[in-house]
Design a protein around this ligand. Structure first.
Ligand code: SF4
Length: 370
């Protein structure tokens, strides 16, 4: 490591104290470099950038309508990995779930941050727009958001509740909950917004955005839904460890079956991987130990907009997926087995649908923010 990129012993000691070994930290930096499209030569720079995160713009984390699962996805790891610790050492000035203080004392901290401005605002949870349906300290969440969004340098919407309302905004949505982008539009707020869809957010995605900002001085390239391409540019089905079973026509048809034990493809159990874009199979959760499909659950498509309503019936196979190679034959749970002989064609076709042709479900609305 060159002098300029040197990571201080103090920082490494802090990591060690929190249970993260130097070797694991550098391994993590290497994995982050790969996702950012950088070579191993950049590992020292990434390590140095992560260290400097603690001296960078402060972060204010607001919780609105959600179960705080995104906070918990990094705060309640069995043992904290590099991503969790790094998020912890970022200058997190305000987080209602994690901070020890409460009441007037923290409201003063929030007000102080607002006056100083220049912070990164992290939004967790959807924003109720119907009066009286979502308040903090007697104030409407929409008003709190408006007040804090103004002085922020950039806004990160973490988790699907924040990006489009998520579960709390599911039909019939009595609180008229909307996502961060929609709230900004409604309030006429214009500033950089990064959407990190998933339920819950992957803490590594959040750190990756921060690293990108620290290393390159800008937010990462975003797709049409405001999601970083580096994390949402690939299809889950394409990278899935069970993909070979899909291609060979080997499916789980019942939980508790022998096929489930053999970890066959979960398509017939409702897996929405073919229509979902995220690096889940590669980055995984809990310090890269597991993710939904590895743990035996079909993907529920939480990386996609309006997934709660769109994919309702989580254990129902994707309807209306057409296979061009079979002259437009519609494939569902009962027909896929019959076409196992041409399953490779199906795999390619469904992948193409997933990555390029959102909206081919019957009645499907890929939509933007609610
Ligand atoms: Fe993996 Fe689901 Fe695709 Fe099967 S359908 S290969 S379980 S993503």
């Amino acid at each position: 490591m060159g002098k300029k990129d040197e990571v201080s012993n103090q920082f490494l000691e802090t990591l060690e104290f929190r249970g993260v070994k130097r070797r694991d930290f550098l391994k993590y930096c290497g994995a982050t470099a790969a996702i950012l499209g950088l070579t191993e030569l950049h590992i020292p720079k990434i390590a140095a950038a992560l260290e400097s995160a603690s001296k960078r713009p402060p972060v204010v984390w607001l919780n609105f309508a959600s179960d705080t699962g995104c906070t918990e996805s990094f705060a309640k790891a069995t043992y904290p990995g590099p991503a969790e610790v790094i998020l912890d050492v970022i200058s997190l000035d305000y987080n209602e779930t994690l901070q020890v203080a409460a009441g007037k004392q923290v409201e003063e901290v929030l007000e102080e941050s607002r006056k100083k401005g220049g912070y990164i605002l992290i939004i967790e949870g959807g924003i109720p727009t119907k009066k009286g349906f979502g308040q903090i300290g007697g104030r409407e969440m929409l008003d709190v958001f408006k007040e804090m969004a103004g002085p922020a340098v950039a806004i990160l919407a973490v988790g699907s509740c924040a990006t489009d309302g998520g579960v709390p905004a599911g039909n019939p949505n009595p609180a008229q909950i909307i996502g961060t982008g929609a709230a900004m539009k409604k309030l006429g707020i214009e500033k950089p917004l990064v959407n990190l869809d998933l339920c819950p957010v992957n803490p590594e995605y959040l750190v990756g955005v921060v690293v990108n900002y620290l290393l390159l001085g800008k937010l990462p390239e975003l797709d049409s839904l405001g999601r970083p391409v580096m994390y949402y540019g690939q299809n889950i089905h394409d990278n899935c460890e069970r993909r070979a079973h899909f291609d060979a026509g080997r499916f789980v048809e019942k939980f508790g079956s022998k096929e489930e034990g053999l970890q066959y493809c979960l398509y017939k159990m409702g897996c929405k991987g073919p229509m979902s874009n995220s690096l889940c199979p590669k980055v995984q959760y809990n310090d890269r130990t597991s993710w939904c499909i590895k743990a035996g659950g079909p993907c529920i498509g939480c990386s996609e907009r309006n997934w709660v309503d769109k994919f309702a019936g989580f254990y129902q196979p994707l309807p209306g997926v057409k296979i061009p190679g079979l002259g437009g034959v519609e494939v569902g749970a009962d027909t896929l087995g019959a076409v196992a002989a041409v399953a490779t064609v199906a795999g390619v076709a469904i992948h193409a649908l997933g990555t390029k042709a959102a909206g081919r479900f019957k009645g499907h609305d890929d939509g933007g923010d609610k």
